[in-house]
Design a protein around this ligand. Structure first.
Ligand SMILES: [Zn+2]
Length: 481
């Protein structure tokens, strides 16, 4: 809506150097679908590197995108003298659910002279756009219109998937008989009757209602969008239930939860409540403030309320990937206790935590701290570049996962990933590699990156060989310090 091609260029702030690179990388992307062609062009460029043994001159402080051949091999020459150091990022754009073996080796070259190799260089010219147009046109918002208290049901039955096993098995759902314990202009709170409601819980409910009405709801409406009123009852619903303390047969305790199927009007109980709602655990003992939990869960609710409603096609939009849902929810909560340990876990070993995981549960990475740290940092980074328009755009984007990110940003994901890893370089754990000595070996997850600092003890011309397992889709970036 209102997006023009000139706005597109303005949006990503492409300078001439980046435009050149955009073309080069765009060709590589296209070639991924045509391995033969990509192989031919990549072989030509690595032959330039290998057979002519040219010393490569890398300008300090510039990030270079190094050619990677179709068989996931990068070969390039580096000149070392006393004190010269290079930073190298070796990433995989392979499947996040897999890890790939990567070998790093060297060989010494005879000193030669000649012109520098023609290695594409990457200048970071992706800049924050001026907010001249809007990605999210809020034409169909049903606001919460306060209803009369009399219309709010005093008692309701909800259903919780409490046991291990398939979500489609109705025997694994427990009935929750709940009482209305609080109403405010835009909120109604229900309490699971299995837990006696006492004065302490009354205080908790009052605190949650006050934070939600006065802080969380206006904050998320401002930064993202108002919640879509799925059931048209004028209020958002919160259910407090101790079931969240013992999900999956007692193995899992959650502080809060949102279930996407609740926001659909074509799913019935026990699988969905057709209600804009979230769930909280009244027994949660945690250092994480309720405000952080509410901001996180309410962001999930707002996203689902828009994506799961019946769109103009008569169907909901595709379910968004887990890594994007969690990344957006983390971005709109403070960088507090819910996030710090996840981010530190990721930065300590970034090669082990994939960014792109469509379904955390199936991938065996549900609530994986490092993966959550990765997606939190990525979404904070991309929101820092594009502003909140990025997240608003994602609410309505027509597909899911990488396709949605590319549609909203109008930028290839591979390139965004590279730029993100360049910005991560200053904070992620870096491995030191003395290229005179040993080979290195790495297990690299798809859509993760490893960070290296290369140095040599003596003056030399050294050829670096990096090879990844088939499917690793290596990406190599070099910066001379
Ligand atoms: Zn979440």
């Amino acid at each position: 809506m209102g997006r023009t091609s000139s706005a597109r260029l303005h949006r990503i702030g492409i300078g001439t150097a980046s435009l050149l690179l955009l073309i080069i990388v765009g060709e590589q992307l296209q070639n991924r679908h045509d391995r033969t062609h990509r192989g031919a062009s990549a072989t030509a460029s690595s032959e330039t590197l290998v057979t002519k043994s040219l010393p490569t001159v890398f300008e300090p402080g510039v990030a270079y995108s190094l050619p990677v051949s179709a068989d996931d091999t990068a070969v390039f020459d580096l000149a070392f003298d006393k004190g010269s150091r290079y930073r190298m990022i070796v990433s995989s754009l392979g499947k996040g659910e897999q890890s790939y073996a990567v070998n790093l080796a060297t060989s010494l070259l005879e000193p030669t002279t000649g012109p520098p190799c023609n290695v594409p260089q990457w200048r970071q010219e992706l800049s924050t756009p001026a907010a001249t147009d809007t990605l999210f046109v809020n034409t169909d918002v049903t606001p919460h219109v306060p209803l009369q208290a009399a219309t709010v049901a005093k008692k309701r039955t909800f259903y919780i998937h409490f046991a291990e096993g398939e979500l489609i098995d109705r025997r694994r759902y427990a009935e929750v008989y709940a009482s209305l314990v609080k109403t405010s202009p835009r909120l109604q709170i229900y309490w699971d009757q299995q837990l006696p409601f006492n004065e302490r819980f009354q205080q908790l409910v009052d605190e949650i209602a006050s934070q939600f009405e006065n802080d969380v709801m206006p904050e998320i409406s401002r930064q993202l969008a108002p919640v879509y009123d799925t059931d048209g009852d004028g209020r958002f619903t919160i259910l407090l239930t101790p079931w969240l303390d013992r999900l999956e047969g007692g193995k899992t305790s959650l502080r809060g939860m949102v279930r996407g199927t609740d926001f659909r009007d074509d799913v019935s109980v026990p699988f969905g409540h057709h209600c804009d709602m979230l769930y909280l655990n009244p027994l949660a003992s945690s250092a994480v403030p309720w405000r952080d939990i509410l901001l996180h869960e309410f962001t999930h609710a707002v996203c689902n309320s828009w994506r799961m409603r019946k769109s103009s096609t008569g169907r909901p939009l595709p379910v968004e990937d887990d890594w994007i849902q969690e990344g957006m929810a983390h971005t709109l909560e403070p960088l507090g206790a819910n996030q710090q340990h996840r981010i530190s876990t990721f930065l300590a070993a970034p090669h082990g935590y994939p960014l792109v995981i469509a379904d955390y549960y199936r991938a065996g990475m549900w609530r994986n701290d490092g993966c959550r740290g990765a997606t939190s940092l990525f979404h904070r980074w991309i929101t820092g570049r594009y502003g909140n328009e990025f997240m608003r755009g994602m609410l309505m984007a027509p597909s899911h996962g990488i396709a949605n990110i590319e549609a909203v940003c109008e930028y290839h994901f591979d390139e965004l990933f590279r730029l993100w890893t360049i910005d991560l370089m200053s904070s992620a754990t870096t491995r030191s590699w003395n290229v005179d000595q040993s080979r290195q070996f790495l297990e690299l997850h798809g859509t993760s990156a490893s960070f290296w600092e290369l140095h040599a003890e003596s003056e030399s011309q050294t050829r670096i060989h990096i090879s990844g397992e088939p499917g690793s889709q290596l990406q190599v970036t070099l910066i001379r310090l």
